[in-house]
Design a binder for this molecule. Structure first.
Ligand code: M6R
Length: 611
């Protein structure tokens, strides 16, 4: 959700903070602000993007070797200058940036009001700043201990960073539920919501755990628990290619990430699939393999696009490994009091590894004794740290809010897992396994071929850019792709779009079809082909506009559909990896043609760390 960055060292903090916020803008982008500390604390903040903040600071004093910054995704209060972070405490002693939600903020605010505190913003963060200050002044504590005590009174999630005007030589940070990473430099330290804004300065990171507090100063770094028990933090070396967090020659991150897919999914299987013998070794789950192979049931929990990848996983696991699979929205699962047996296996899928609902779902299942696996992209994030085992997708940083390469990498990871399980459980022959792995490693080439269709797809986008609604239909492996296509279109172009299993159309959605309705039909040559052809006829009989995604050389559908997009012929169980690409491209172009901010769509944030 919100992005946090901090710096303490010998350099001027301002450029580091601004660049860091630009890198973090994908997390939230309705307002931005910084606080700089030398002999005073100067706060600059405004509604809008980081570039608006840069305008605001022009001509102002931006000196200081210590500073904190924030880019906001509004939870409490409108996105405006006042609600933007950092927030100062009433007497100006503390300045706070915060990511998360303080659930008992109304109670805390009322208590503080009774003690004479006045509030200028509607945020829960200002409550936090005043709470820390009131404890500091009343109990005559150090800034560190005031933060510590204040946090014991807080219910909710936070990643927060604090400056104190009386102790102008340090930054204090803490987390619970929202991520915070410390970058360890040479005599300097960085703090951020994730490693991307600091990795160009240092690759040495400390991922704070929940309810840990860090104090950074010229004397060094100290990590403690909220009860002040000293911790020995582990320094992790992260390997993030800086080129992956720049747009390069592309106009948008989303387009760049669509084009990265041949490489990103190759990176998902690289080092795991032996290209000569066609064997798969999933090192991250080897140890738990015996328990996994015996599992009675797999429950996949995820949100958004990751949930759609999970649905593809359901088809794969059932078809090949003959395992019973349920796919659940993490937000529903966590509150439903679901039946979880100790021999169940939970697979959490998450690009960011920080999604609050997914994290809560695995914590709950873990308590009930299930084996918890993760399929995540961001190394060192919370979900991989809380699972028993897992697979990193290695898709590289995904900056565009609309997930693209993360989806295909997740599906690739699930495919490998399903094939391995199928073999382990003796559900497919060694020959079939090798043949499927041989097909799988050809997918990057198939996507490269698919990407050559961009021009044709862009022309189709031109025709539908003014649509107000759209329907996506698919069956079998392509039903989740229909859902994903609809999600892509709605989240970046703001066109209302719905995905359905094609056969469901006649049970209701068909009533929506008229000559203004674009219907995207995934109709490649699989076992449902004839049935989907019938669905196309039904749409055409009601004058709907059909954009069909078809297998190369399909002349039958070409005669009925308004437009066809040909996809290379791959096995139907691998088709989601290829067929999703034209849907990503068409959503991208429609959104660009409508003048939408593709990488930072309204109201959204990349990493949903609040429930
Ligand atoms: O980081 P996660 O994969 O856990 O995120 C889940 C969803 O928030 C995410 O997929 C979201 O739906 C994207 N905006 C989809 O493009």
């Amino acid at each position: 959700m919100c992005g946090i960055v901090g710096y303490i060292g010998n350099r001027t903090a301002y450029p580091i903070l601004v660049k860091g916020l630009q890198r973090l803008e994908y997390r939230g982008y309705d307002s931005a602000g910084i606080a700089l500390l030398d002999d005073e604390i100067r706060v600059y903040k405004c509604k809008g993007k980081v570039r608006d903040l840069e305008q605001l600071t022009k001509g102002n004093n931006i000196s200081g070797n210590i500073g904190i910054g924030h880019t906001r995704w509004a939870t409490h209060g409108l996105p405006n200058d006042i609600n933007a972070h950092p927030h100062k405490s009433m007497n100006g002693k503390f300045v706070v940036v915060h990511n998360g939600i303080i659930e008992n903020y109304t109670h805390l605010k009322n208590t503080l009001k009774k003690r004479g505190y006045k509030f200028v913003s509607e945020t829960d963060t200002e409550v936090l700043a005043n709470l820390i200050e009131s404890i500091y002044l009343e109990n005559k504590l150090s800034a560190e201990n005031a933060v510590r005590l204040a946090l014991t009174k807080v219910i909710g999630a936070y990643g927060l960073v604090v400056l104190c005007v009386d102790e102008p030589d340090k930054i204090i940070g803490s987390r619970k539920g929202s991520p915070l990473v410390v970058g360890v430099g040479n005599g300097e330290y960085y703090l951020a919501s994730d490693a991307t804004p600091i990795v160009e300065y240092t690759d040495r990171m400390i991922y704070l755990n929940d309810e840990e507090l860090v104090v950074l100063s010229a004397q060094g770094l100290r990590v403690t628990t909220l009860d002040d028990v000293q911790k020995n933090p582990t320094i992790t070396h992260v390997d993030i290619n800086i080129d992956n967090i720049d747009k390069g020659d592309f106009e948008h991150f989303m387009l760049k990430e669509i084009y990265e897919q041949p490489t990103s999914i190759y990176d998902t299987f690289r080092g795991r699939v032996d290209l000569n013998t066609h064997q798969i070794n999933l090192g991250g789950i080897n140890e738990v393999m015996p328990r996994l192979a015996k599992a009675k049931r797999i429950i996949i929990v995820a949100c958004g696009t990751s949930y759609h990848a999970g649905l593809v996983g359901e088809y794969l696991f059932e078809e090949y490994a003959r395992m019973s699979v349920e796919v659940e929205y993490a937000s529903e699962f966590r509150y439903r009091n679901p039946i979880i047996e100790p021999d169940d296996v939970i697979i959490a899928i998450s690009q960011s590894g920080e999604t609050a609902d997914t994290l809560a779902a695995i914590r709950m299942a873990k308590e009930k004794g299930a084996l918890i696996l993760g399929i995540c992209n961001v190394a060192g994030s919370s979900i991989p740290r809380e699972t028993h085992a897992g697979i990193y997708t290695h898709a590289g940083p995904e900056i565009g809010v609309a997930s693209t390469k993360a989806f295909t990498a997740q599906v690739m990871a699930l495919t490998m897992m399903a094939f391995v399980m199928a073999r382990k459980r003796n559900k497919i022959s060694a020959e079939k396994f090798e043949q499927m792995v041989g097909d799988l490693v050809k997918i990057p080439d198939a996507i490269t071929e698919m990407l050559k269709e961009e021009k044709n797809i862009k022309k189709i986008a031109e025709e539908y850019k003014n649509a107000t609604n759209a329907i996506y239909l698919g069956r079998g492996y392509l039903y989740p792709v229909a859902l994903e296509g609809a999600l892509k279109l709605k989240e970046i172009s703001y066109i209302h779009a719905e995905g359905y299993p094609a056969a469901e159309m006649k049970h209701g959605p068909i009533a929506l079809i008229d000559n203004n309705m674009p219907v995207f039909v995934l109709a490649t040559k699989d076992k449902y082909y004839e049935k989907v052809v019938n669905n196309i006829q039904e749409v055409k009989a009601r004058q709907g506009k059909v954009i069909a995604i078809v297998s190369k050389g399909d002349e039958t559908i070409r005669k009925m559909a308004d437009h066809v997009i040909e996809v290379p012929n791959v096995d139907e169980s691998l088709m989601p990896l290829v067929a999703v690409v034209p849907l990503q491209i068409i959503s991208y172009h429609i959104a660009v043609m409508r003048g939408c901010n593709v990488d930072q769509p309204r109201n959204l944030a990349k990493s949903v760390t609040v429930e």
